[in-house]
Design a protein around this ligand. Structure first.
Ligand SMILES: [Zn+2]
Ligand SMILES: [Zn+2]
Length: 267
């Protein structure tokens, strides 16, 4: 069974991810314009007509910027919890009733061959969720905005074969950077974002043979670089004596452009 993961854009300027088999796909978040989503998918020969729905993690603009137009133009359903819907609709985002699908936390549902489960993460939106998506034997977990990894969240991340996890800021760059104190505090808080070291230590704790591919996601433009995120992870692994090589891979997802498609059949 063919399965691909494709990051169209990842970071505080916009998030959108695609998971698809040879017939259908789903999107996770629509934080870039609908036109860009269409174009980036077309670049890899994916038609929006094969997309069966959009999963929404929370109401921050970098996750819903293109949602309204995307749903309207393509008559797509979008899936998230009642609380997240409420927070989106109060922002005067105009979404037709026909497109709204309410899902419950920690309750699997089935769409286009995928088993999908939303799980809670700690972040400063009315509610924020991650998605655990299974297709056959393969498991993908996406958790892009979270201040820390609590006990409810961790099991979903530990289960993944492909894990898309936030590595938002380099701790030193944030500390020495120009952001006002209140903003630094918000980012570092338990309901803000994950730093490189925080993510690396968590990954070193959970690493196992079934984790085939790590994607570091949602990197900050001002407080991180892809090199720093990768180096921190590699250093943490080497300090722990972890040899993450061979068939196991690490990708750093690009901020405003797509990252090369990941084919999960290579494992
Ligand atoms: Zn975000
Ligand atoms: Zn957010």
């Amino acid at each position: 069974m063919k399965l691909n993961f494709y990051s169209l854009s990842s970071g505080s300027s916009g998030n959108c991810y695609y998971i698809g088999n040879e017939f259908h796909g789903i999107l996770i978040d629509a934080g870039i314009s609908a036109a860009l989503i269409r174009r980036f998918l077309k670049d890899v020969d994916i038609s929006l007509q094969t997309v069966m729905g959009v999963m929404i993690t929370h109401n921050h603009i970098d996750h819903i910027r293109g949602l309204e137009v995307l749903l309207r133009k393509n008559h797509l359903p979008a899936f998230t919890t009642a609380k997240v819907w409420e927070s989106i609709l109060t922002q005067r985002v105009n979404i037709s009733r026909n497109c709204i699908r309410e899902i419950n936390l920690k309750e699997k549902f089935h769409l286009a061959g995928f088993d999908i489960e939303a799980f809670p993460v700690c972040h400063d939106a009315p509610e924020t969720i991650g998605f655990h998506i299974c297709y056959g034997e393969k498991k993908i977990t996406i958790a892009t905005d979270l201040g820390h990894i609590c006990q409810t969240t961790a099991p979903y991340l530990k289960e993944a074969n492909l894990l898309v996890i936030e590595s938002n800021y380099d701790e030193e760059m944030l500390e020495n950077g120009s952001y006002p104190y209140y903003l630094k505090t918000r980012i570092r808080s338990d309901h803000g974002h994950l730093g490189n070291l925080q993510t690396s230590v968590f990954l070193a704790d959970i690493i196992n043979d079934d984790l085939h591919h790590i994607c570091l996601a949602h990197l900050s433009k001002n407080n991180n670089t892809p090199e720093k995120a990768l180096k921190t992870l590699q250093r943490t692994f080497s300090e722990r004596g972890i040899n993450f090589s061979g068939t196991q891979k690490i990708s750093i997802l690009k901020r405003n452009i797509p990252t090369e498609m990941i084919n999960l059949d290579d494992w």
